[in-house]
Design a protein around this ligand. Structure first.
Ligand SMILES: Nc1ncnc2c1ncn2[C@@H]1O[C@H](COP(=O)(O)OP(=O)(O)OP(=O)(O)O)[C@@H](O)[C@H]1O
Ligand SMILES: [Mg+2]
Length: 496
């Protein structure tokens, strides 16, 4: 059911007070004005600036006041005789006055069996508690595929020179603008035409740039440039295969096929085993923008503002969707959410907001949360149905260490060099990927320091003995983590 159908049904079923949540007031107005569903109705807009105005320019017989005020607005609506939708703009700014709330509730009652409907447009879904019973709330989603496609077709027909885009390119363009508002999309299409004179592959780069600039306006989210791919990860075959299978999942085709959009994964594991690396590589594989959310900053903001900040960040991420939202070191953020933290319950509320969003989100925002101390994570977060999977990343096995050495050595010496990978892997039992990386760099520094000679296998083997793997220092903690994980998680490492 489209938004307009739902809106229409709500009006016809005698709801006289509707709250439409949208940032796109203009789009909402033109949708209502242009739809044949409401052609028998007067569509009348009211705001403090202009008072009453019919959007189709009809005479409505309400005398305009020099200084419009909200109480008078409600009185006029009560007196009005006819079939109309009144769209009140910025009305929520008056909710602090109790007389407004009361008048609105009374009016709602009076309008019940009339053909008059009041619509309050607001940018966020927060309504005063007094109104929750009376108001029917609905969200105007951002423009969907057909709406954007229509806009693109108009642009192509009217303005673009040269060859029209292929159906594949059109699909790619429409998909990459999903998540933007119609105003943004229209501006963006104009910008493409102005810059290139035509619509071709270069359009995609401009669209990505636009999405980046939207992100940079916020503080809690960071746009993370991605160079990594799955080839940069040695081992972790189970996790990689899970990710590979889902690489097309946010496309239009996958949706038409009926595939559910994945929610996200939680990757728990020992330090330095490639969790953060996996988040980056997934964005590379899925070709989606990677947003890193700093939950620490959410909590750090002024008391009472934290929740608002989280909501804003979530909304922003949805605006950029499809995207990957990466929450690194999750436990740091949620450490105090059990209530004993003495922060007046802020952490618990934030956790609640976050969980509700995870449960209900419909936008293609894929969450990758990473962490290594499960004892600090709230159990609610790990309940079934929150994440699609919880993966556990163990220390790499012998064959995985071979793969890690191969990946890391090829990075520093792309020209093939012979190293006995088996031998190196045998010598690094209990070492993590991050430690293997450190070993290779140490070997390189030592050789460089020795007359800048090329580093050898012997240098690497010598560095291995100089580093004690962290896992040996904290074996008890790691054993506890493994025991916990064996019950509750899927293995990221393959069995081999
Ligand atoms: N499986 C791996 N394959 C290739 N490189 C790896 C692997 N694991 C770790 N590394 C190397 O170690 C670096 C650090 O790994 P990463 O930051 O992903 O670890 P982490 O699991 O997130 O650790 P932490 O728990 O400390 O956050 C990576 O950038 C990479 O160079
Ligand atoms: Mg990490």
């Amino acid at each position: 059911m489209t938004f307009l159908d739902r809106f229409n049904t709500t009006i016809r079923s005698n709801h006289s007070l509707i709250n439409v949540v949208t940032y796109e007031e203009t789009r909402f107005l033109s949708m209502i004005a242009e739809s044949p569903l409401f052609k028998d109705k007067n569509i009348i807009v009211w705001d403090l600036g202009d008072g009453f105005k019919s959007i189709r320019g009809e005479m409505i017989g309400i005398k305009s006041k020099e200084r419009p005020d909200p109480i008078n607005c409600l009185k006029e609506i009560k007196k009005f005789n006819g079939n109309a939708i009144f769209i009140l703009r910025d009305f929520h700014l008056h909710f602090r006055e109790s007389i407004i709330l009361r008048s609105l509730r009374n009016l709602n009652h009076d309008l019940q069996f009339t053909k008059k409907t009041i619509v309050l447009t607001t940018p966020s879904p927060t309504l005063p508690i007094e109104l929750r019973e009376d108001v029917c709330q609905m969200e105007l989603e951002l423009p969907g595929y057909p709406e954007i496609e229509k806009e693109l077709d108009n642009v192509v027909i009217n303005a673009a020179q040269g060859k029209p885009p292929t159906p594949q390119l059109k699909e790619k363009i429409v998909e990459s603008t999903l998540g933007l508002s119609m105003v943004n999309i229209k501006n963006l299409f104009s910008k493409i035409i102005i810059t290139h004179g035509t619509i071709d592959e270069r359009a995609i780069e401009l669209i990505l740039q636009e999405k980046r600039s939207i992100i940079q306006k916020g503080e809690i989210l960071e746009f993370f440039p991605v160079q990594e791919s799955l080839n940069d990860i040695g081992g972790l075959e189970n996790l990689k295969s899970w990710l590979r299978k889902r690489s097309q999942v946010f496309t239009h085709r996958a949706k038409d096929y009926g595939l559910p959009a994945p929610k996200g994964i939680l990757i728990i594991g020992i330090q330095g085993t490639g969790k953060s690396l996996t988040a980056k590589a997934t964005a590379g594989l899925w070709k989606l923008p990677l947003l890193r959310m700093d939950l620490g900053r959410v909590f750090g903001s002024l008391l009472g503002e934290s929740e608002q900040n989280l909501r804003q960040a979530i909304h922003l991420a949805e605006t950029i969707s499809p995207c990957i939202l990466w929450i690194d070191e999750l436990e740091k953020a949620f450490a105090g959410s059990s209530g004993s933290a003495g922060d007046g319950g802020t952490s618990a509320r934030i956790l609640g907001t976050f969980l509700t969003w995870m449960q209900e989100k419909t936008k293609p925002v894929f969450i990758i949360a990473t962490g290594n101390d499960v004892t600090k994570l709230p159990p609610e977060l790990m309940r079934k149905g929150r994440f699609d999977e919880i993966f556990f990343v163990d220390l790499p096995s012998t064959s995985e260490r071979q793969a890690i050495f191969k990946v890391l050595l090829e990075k520093v010496r792309p020209v093939i060099r012979q190293f006995n990978l088996e031998k190196l892997a045998e010598a690094t039992t209990d070492y993590s990927g991050a430690e293997i990386e450190q070993i290779i760099y140490d070997a390189m520094f030592n050789a460089f320091d020795d007359n800048q000679r090329e580093f050898t296998e012997a240098d690497i083997l010598a560095s291995i003995t100089e580093i004690i793997p962290i896992s040996r220092l904290m074996s008890e903690k790691i054993d506890a983590l493994k025991a916990w994980a064996s019950q509750r998680t899927r293995k990221a490492n393959s069995e081999l």
